[in-house]
Structure formats: C-alpha cells, structure tokens
Design a protein around this ligand. Structure first.
Ligand code: NAP
Length: 298
C-alpha cells in the first residue's frame, strides 16, 4: 500500500536542530502508507539557527502540506507564522504548521496529544482534577494549556527555577477561569504532589538511563497516575517508583504518537482520514526498540 514518490507527491517534515534521531518520519510515513496518501515526510535538520528564515521562505513556495517543529525552534516559530491557533499562542510554542497556499498556520498539538494519551491509557479526564506538572519549559507549558482548556480543578507548575513557573502561570491566568493555577518551587511541592491525582514529568530528567526521579519517590502513592513525557528509555526512575507504589505509570510514547496523529488530522483537513494511531505507535515502538542503548531519540 502507499503511492511511490511521483511528480505530484506533497511534502511534510520535521524542522529542528538536530533531527537525526527523530521518530516522526517513521510514524508519519507509516501512517501515509496506511491512508494511501501521496505524501512523504522528510527530516529538515538545520546546521545553523540563522538558516530558519531562509528555509521557511523555501517551504512557503514548495508543495508542503505542513511540517512539525522541534527544538530549538518551537518558540521562535510563533513569530514566523501568519496565523497562530489559540492553544499555541497560550503555550508560547508551535510544534505543527499547516501550509495553506503559502501561508503558515501554527498549532500546538503537544498538550492535546498528552490529553488524548491519558484518556487512552489511563481513562483520565482532567476536568476538576488536581494535577502537578514538573518543569516549566515548552512541554510543561503545552500540557498546562491543555489542562486549563479541559477545565482541570487545580494545576501546579513545579520547577527548580520558580521564576520560570511564575512566568508560565502569569501567562495562563487570564485563560484559567475554572482552574486554579499555581507556581511552586520543587522544595515546597510535597503536599501538592501527595494530593495530586496526576503527576506529569515535563523535564528531561529520565532521558539518560541512570537519571534519578525529578521528585522524591516517597511522595508518590497508589491511586495516582504518573506520566513521564520521556519516551526514549524503557522505564524511567519516576515510572518505576510509580509502579512500585501501585500507581498507574504511563510513558511519553503515547503523547508523541497522539501529537503526530493530530498533525496529520490537521493537514488532511477531513474527518474521513483520522490518522491510524495504533499503527503509528507500533512503528514508533519498533524504532525505539531498535535504537542503540542510550541513544537519544527526539
Ligand atoms: P525545555 O523547554 O528545555 O524545559 C525543560 C524543563 O525541565 C525546564 O523547566 C527545566 O528547569 C527542567 N529541567 C531540566 N533539567 C532539569 C534537572 N536536571 N532537574 C530539574 N529540572 C530540570 O524542554 P521541553 O521542550 O519542555 O521538554 C521537556 C521534556 O519533555 C523533554 O524530555 C522532551 O523530550 C519531552 N517531550 C516529550 C514530548 C512527547 O511527545 N512525549 C513532547 C515534547 C517534549 P529550569 O527552568 O530550571 O531550567
């Protein structure tokens, strides 16, 4: 199944620096084959940050359906888009761009991807719930936006640099009518974490095999859901601690799959072609399993 590349093939890709170990091409191309789309997904790795504007000028005139954006361009991409969807504006980051007649329309599917992954793997819905996010970077921001939009009861942003958590909270407060949203330093977060129904690790702690948990593991208990956005290792320290405590432990692969599937849903502009999430997950899982130990996959 799937069409061979031909003169009418449309392009999609992942723009970042580096993208060498990205799982996106594997997931996307598997989906396009299954959907019989005449699209191909390619790596768009830059060598210099200064090249971004020139590459975007080229993308505008080439037959792109859209592209994904990864580190270090997710924030900067906001300023290059002609239009930006509300969730991306709130998060301050764009990870998905839809190319429409040379116009670039920015979205953020990371937060929604997390919400869909939690619904699928934990039957979790955020409305009214107490949630702790560890980290205050781009991924934490996208998650916080999604939980606010889902009307979570309380969202705590816990970070080692509390000023960054405060900035994120300031940005989201105008939108958080049904959600209490608070910044905390990690040293003052024990009670918050113990009281949370959901704990999300949105720091890179866990990407290296021997990384410790980003929070003291004694704060985790059964009846909690612990989600680690890290997806390149079999089981991070915080997920092992969660499993040992009898909590539900969820890795970051589901979020990765759902954010990619949502991009395909946006680009294909039709409800008839919902991206095949199970197939994309199998493709991503196979690529993770085939990676060398310790190899970082973004
Ligand atoms: P980022 O913007 O660089 O933010 C990183 C955050 O982690 C910051 O709040 C930083 O704290 C904190 N942090 C970094 N190292 C730490 C350490 N040693 N101890 C405590 N806190 C630390 O990164 P990001 O883009 O948000 O990505 C965060 C993680 O999410 C990465 O592992 C990324 O791969 C993952 N992610 C996964 C998905 C998915 O689909 N599963 C999607 C996006 C991102 P400071 O503010 O104090 O520096």
């Amino acid at each position: 199944m799937g069409k061979p590349i031909n003169g009418r093939t449309r392009l999609a890709g992942i723009l970042g620096m580096p993208v060498d170990h990205s799982l996106s091409p594997v997931m996307h191309n598997a989906a396009y084959r299954e959907l019989d789309f005449d699209w191909v997904y390619i790596p768009l790795g830059l060598n210099h940050e200064d090249d971004l504007a020139r590459v975007l000028r080229a993308i505008r005139v080439l037959p792109f359906v859209g592209f994904n954006v990864t580190m270090p361009f997710k924030q900067e991409m906001l300023t290059h888009c002609d239009e930006v969807a509300m969730a991306a504006r709130m998060a301050g980051a764009v990870n998905t761009v839809h190319c429409v007649d040379g116009h670039l329309v920015g979205y953020n599917t990371d937060g929604r991807g997390l919400v869909e992954s939690l619904a699928e793997e934990a039957r979790f819905t955020s409305a009214g719930e107490n949630i702790t996010i560890i980290g205050a970077g781009g991924a934490a921001g996208a998650a916080a936006v999604a939980f606010v939009l889902e009307k979570a009861g309380r969202v705590a942003i816990v970070n080692r640099t509390v000023e960054r958590a405060e900035e994120l909270v300031e940005r989201l407060i105008p939108y958080a009518r049904s959600t209490e949203i608070v910044p905390l330093h990690i040293s003052e977060a024990e009670e918050q974490i113990r009281d949370s129904r959901l704990l999300v690790n949105a720091t890179p702690m866990g990407m290296a095999q021997d990384d410790p948990s980003p929070v003291p593991v004694s704060w985790i208990s059964r009846n909690q859901i612990v989600c680690d956005m890290v997806y390149n290792v079999r089981e991070t320290a915080v997920l092992k601690a969660a499993r040992d405590a009898g909590a539900l432990a969820i890795g970051g692969l589901g979020m990765l799959v759902h954010q990619a599937a949502l991009a395909i849903d946006i680009w294909s502009e039709t409800a008839h072609h919902k991206a095949p999430r199970d197939l994309m997950r199998s493709a991503a899982q196979a690529a993770v399993s085939a990676a060398r130990p310790g190899e970082v996959i973004e």
